[in-house]
Design a binder for this molecule. Structure first.
Ligand SMILES: Nc1ncnc2c1ncn2[C@@H]1O[C@H](COP(=O)(O)OP(=O)(O)OP(=O)(O)O)[C@@H](O)[C@H]1O
Length: 351
């Protein structure tokens, strides 16, 4: 494993310690044991409704230092947007502690709004029927940006994002890539210290993607803006971020350098065995190893490329085996899929 990485082998268990962030004193974003549980009512039959809970974010902890550019990835429904919404104050956590620039987002959302910028790739914060420049003028007032600062920032953003010819065009007439550049400029007009980007390159062509990535690097270099980037496109991460966090089923399963993800991507499967009673960790041939023991249940990680049969036989010969199951490497599969798409191979499943 590369230095400075933290991989969670089994959900909830950490092995290793990340070294990419400052301690919580120097941290700009602090997330400590944060969770978000949604109460959902599901229809059951014609009249009955059943209540149940969705644990969208399950006790995650991380810190982000000022000026860091961090990718936040994971499969659909993993909890990325929920995390971002809690960081902006749109959602209140069900538990844990969260601070951005020392501010509790859900309690002081308005105060925080002056210090953060948000870009949602699938939605626009711009006024649909107005020319682009009018949205910026409205933001100038909403955020009470000093006039000189506004003019200076607008000029710089228009130059960097090549928006000069688009300022008088109504937003609805802009192409997706143009609109995205317009949205990114809108998010940065008030000089936010942190920028959250949720799928900023979704649907963009290669040229527009490159432009957005270059711009993010530039703005980070110029202003030390902290960037938290959610994406399904690993090239966004490769070209923009020095660090990546992977969330799966609401849990942080990886936090470290992108290079380390390749190792995770190669993948392991987990054999879960139920024995008749408690035993010390079962003896298995390397590289297989016991990663967790809970009463009579044990979890054995082994290379995804190898069949489970040999391992099962070996355990069954030596221990009173009652039941077993094999867990597929969820997140690894997702990452492998992303890399396959990146390499131009046909994806194995549609997203
Ligand atoms: N308002 C809500 N009410 C109930 N459940 C919700 C709500 N918002 C999100 N969820 C659930 O929480 C889980 C995490 O959703 P979230 O949108 O954070 O995932 P995501 O990682 O952003 O996914 P995607 O990549 O598809 O955008 C999902 O199971 C989702 O259905």
């Amino acid at each position: 494993m590369a230095d400075g990485t933290q991989v969670v082998q089994e959900r909830g268990e950490l092995s290793g310690r990340m070294g990419t962030t400052e301690g919580s004193e120097g941290a700009f974003i602090e997330v400590d044991g944060v969770e978000k549980v949604f109460d959902v009512r599901r229809r059951k039959g014609l009249l009955r409704r059943e209540r149940h809970q969705v644990r969208a974010v399950d006790s995650i902890s991380f810190t982000v230092a000022r000026g860091e550019m961090v990718g936040y990835i994971g499969p659909n429904g993993a909890g990325k947007s929920t995390t971002i919404k809690m960081l902006t104050g749109i959602l209140t956590p069900s538990g844990g502690r969260l601070r951005v620039a020392g501010i509790d987002p859900s309690r002081e959302r308005t105060r925080l709004a002056h210090r953060i910028g948000v870009v949602f790739g699938q939605r626009t914060t711009l006024w649909w029927d107005l020319p682009l420049i009018d949205s910026y003028k409205l933001m100038h007032r909403m955020y009470r940006i000093p006039d000189a600062r506004y003019r200076e920032n607008l000029a710089r953003l228009v130059e960097l994002l090549d928006l000069g010819d688009l300022l008088e065009v109504p937003v609805r007439q802009l192409s997706l890539g143009q609109r995205m550049r317009g949205d990114i400029a809108a998010a940065l007009l008030h000089d936010p210290e942190v920028l959250y980007l949720d799928e900023p390159t979704i649907g963009l062509d290669v040229v527009s993607k490159t432009r957005v990535r270059e711009f993010l690097r530039q703005v980070n270099a110029e202003r030390a803006t902290t960037v938290l980037l959610t994406t399904h496109d690993l090239q966004d991460i490769e070209q923009v971020c020095s660090r990546v966090m992977v969330i799966d089923h609401g849990r942080l399963v990886y936090d470290g350098a992108l290079a380390g993800l390749h190792e995770v991507g190669e993948g392991e499967r987990t054999l879960v065995v139920d024995l008749e009673r408690e035993f010390p960790p079962v003896e298995v041939p390397a590289p297989a190893r016991v990663v967790r023991v809970d009463g009579p249940r044990q979890w054995v990680a082994f290379p995804a490329s190898e069949p489970a049969a040999g391992l099962v036989t070996r355990i069954a010969e030596r221990y009173p085996l009652v039941d077993l199951s094999v867990r597929e490497p969820d997140i690894e599969a997702v990452i492998a899929q992303m890399y396959a798409e990146r390499a131009g191979r046909a994806p194995t499943q549609s997203s």
